[in-house]
Design a protein around this ligand. Structure first.
Ligand code: ZN
Length: 346
């Protein structure tokens, strides 16, 4: 099947706003023709949400509690609620979350999935029939490592939440299966950063409290980082040093983190990143698209609009009350666009 779209294209890996046409054949971008045309549409690559916990979408409005009381295993609020939730309820909640991601312009996400093999299985079932690329990072329940057969890797809560030898054993089992290993670090303070870097994970999540020496170590070890700005704001953890991370040459992506804390709406994540941390619209958009795809190893197919990549695109209107009169499409997408400005998802 062939299809041609016309619009202002947020083109290539540098996201240059370019008028023209995109021809799509069998789901792949076959041709891009730059042309001086008048258009009321913007065509942008869909988002890559590089860190979620969609299992806790069964809770939507927890009280404002300190971070450990909310999320720390084994007795944080989310773990107490997840223990009591039935499998069908969990699947219904995660399905709704996946549909929300697709509707709000996300084409790929990476989820830290609690609950061992059952938790991973529930996410696999929730994904069925949905056109979204998912990377599942499970974790063992009661020492059972068989979740790895259903997952793309392991995602652990913190190097301080378990003894380091147990974590090293999980890491080793993960690598034997040729899967990825990721871990949260530096979310509430600096205490778990050194140990997390020492594990040389495939990526770190947060580094909100990273000091310059931590950023240098992470950069030297070529470890990518996923920042979760809205999550850090809500848990009063602070603002991650995103600009310094980029200045150190680190690969930085963005994620919306726990669904119980934040919606999966990446427009909202972009707006907060732009206005509180980065003040650089191109970098913000890159964090939320191409960099996420790079961290997850799916950038040959997703993350930007280029010939030969998958056509996972969102079409936005320039005519809505919110977008009317915009002069800089990229800045407007990053700082003010909303899901209701989307007129088509491909
Ligand atoms: Zn997380």
């Amino acid at each position: 099947m062939e299809q041609t779209l016309k619009g202002t294209i947020i083109l290539g890996d540098e996201f240059e706003a370019t008028e023209g046409y995109i021809t799509i054949k069998d789901g792949i971008i076959e041709d891009i023709e730059e042309r001086d045309i008048k258009t009321e549409s913007i065509i942008a690559p869909c988002f890559v949400n590089a860190h979620t916990h969609i299992g806790d979408s069964v809770i939507k409005d927890p009280p404002y509690l300190p971070l450990p009381e909310l999320v720390q295993p084994p007795d944080g609020l989310k773990h107490r609620i997840l223990k009591d939730i039935s499998y069908p309820e969990l699947v219904i909640s995660m399905k709704a979350c996946i549909e929300d991601m697709i509707k709000t312009g996300t084409c790929a996400f990476a989820d830290f999935r609690e609950g061992g093999v059952n938790g991973a299985g529930a996410l696999g079932e929730s994904l069925s029939g949905h056109n979204i690329c998912a990377r599942i990072f499970g974790r063992p329940a009661d020492g059972d490592m068989s979740y790895l057969d259903l997952c793309d890797g392991t995602g652990l809560s913190s190097a301080s939440d378990m003894d380091i030898d147990s974590i090293k054993e999980i890491l080793s089992q993960t690598k034997i299966k040729k899967k990825k290993f990721a871990i949260h670090a530096g979310e509430k303070d600096t205490t778990d950063i050194d140990a997390a870097i020492g594990l040389v994970p495939d990526f770190l999540v947060h580094l909100t409290h990273a000091r310059m020496r931590d950023l240098r170590s992470v950069s030297d070890a070529n470890i990518p980082v996923v920042v979760c700005l809205r999550s850090n704001l809500l848990t009063r953890s602070g603002i991650p040093p995103v600009k310094k991370m980029l200045d150190e040459g680190m690969l930085v992506a963005a994620g919306t983190d726990n669904v119980m804390l934040n919606s999966v709406n990446m427009f909202s994540e972009m707006e907060f990143l732009a206005k509180t941390a980065l003040f650089d619209d191109r970098q913000v958009f890159k964090l939320c698209t191409l960099n996420g795809a790079k961290v997850l190893g799916i950038d040959k197919e997703l993350g930007s609009i280029k010939k030969g990549k998958k056509a996972r695109l969102m079409i936005l209107t320039k005519k809505s009350n919110n977008m009317m009169g915009i002069k800089n499409p990229l800045s407007s997408i990053v700082r003010r666009a909303r899901p209701d400005d989307i007129i088509g998802i491909i």
